[in-house]
Design a protein around this ligand. Structure first.
Ligand code: HEC
Length: 153
């Protein structure tokens, strides 16, 4: 009886796995851990609903979230400082970088979660992209300035 059940269970699993497979051209990143990292590392300032608070700008309706991922990844890796305009409001504060505490895959799932929540038409952020941006900026210790980020694609 046990064998019969497990064989059925297995084929059901295989069937489900088959249905779940995404077409190869669509990016897919598991955002489950991203939700937890967002809560642990970002929500204290940006709020869990992404609306921001006080000195921390909103992630919802932010051109930094929907814009080029190379900028978004840099902000999380090394931090950002200085004047910036988000959703019609200006900010002039600083945000610390998380490159020392978060791995590439943690940043990928975190930013994919951020985009899924606050800019659903944007693509998820892949681990490969985070790795590429991190290695292109190896040795960087300073926070990014807005004009430096805007000069990037
Ligand atoms: C200690 C508070 C703090 C934490 C924690 C924090 N941020 Fe920020 N963040 C800021 C501030 C302040 C700015 C604006 C900096 C400026 O004025 O130049 C900012 C700016 C940003 C921006 C660009 C502007 C916008 O709102 O879109 C993004 C994107 C961003 N943060 C994402 C994140 C993510 C993702 C995390 C978690 C890994 C995070 N932040 C953690 C304070 C924080």
């Amino acid at each position: 009886m046990y064998r019969v059940l497990s064989a059925t269970g297995l084929s059901l699993l295989l069937l489900l796995a088959g249905c779940d497979a995404s077409p190869p051209q669509v990016r897919s990143v598991d955002t489950g851990p991203g939700r937890i990292h967002f809560k642990n590392y970002c929500a204290a300032c940006h709020q869990y609903d992404g609306q921001g608070m006080g000195d921390a700008p909103s992630l919802a309706n932010s051109p930094w979230v929907s814009g080029p991922e190379s900028r978004l990844i840099r902000i999380v890796l090394h931090g950002v400082r200085g004047p910036m305009l988000v959703d019609g409001k200006s900010y002039d504060r600083e945000m610390p970088g998380f490159g020392q505490v978060l791995s590439d895959s943690e940043i990928a799932s975190l930013l994919s979660f951020v985009r899924q929540q606050f800019s659903p038409s944007s693509e998820p952020v892949t681990v490969e992209m985070v790795t590429r941006v991190r290695s292109a900026n190896r040795g960087r210790a300073l926070y990014w300035r807005v004009d430096e980020l805007l000069a990037l694609q």
